[in-house]
Unconditional design. Structure first.
Length: 83
């Protein structure tokens, strides 16, 4: 795994805290989706916009509840394990 450019795990609620930082977000694409969920790695341009470097199709089913819990851990008590 390439650790030279770490990306912060975020969800929509945490995105505003990480503007101009490299991050990973999973969710529904804003328009014309190829699937219901995608993963985006890129730089947060603003509180609601990401300049994508890489995106991956995550298919039709994704456990958003578990991902939100992961984001809370990755940005809280266990942050040192993720960056």
């Amino acid at each position: 795994m390439d650790t030279s450019k770490p990306a912060i795990f975020v969800n929509g609620a945490l995105l505003p805290m990480h503007v101009r930082k490299r991050l990973v977000v999973k969710g529904s694409p804003p328009s014309a989706p190829l699937s219901n969920f995608v993963e985006v790695i890129g730089i947060a341009d603003s509180e609601k916009s990401i300049q994508a470097e890489i995106w991956t199709n995550f298919g039709e089913v994704f456990d958003t509840h578990s991902y939100n819990q992961l984001c809370q851990l990755a940005n809280g008590e266990y942050q040192h394990l993720f960056l």
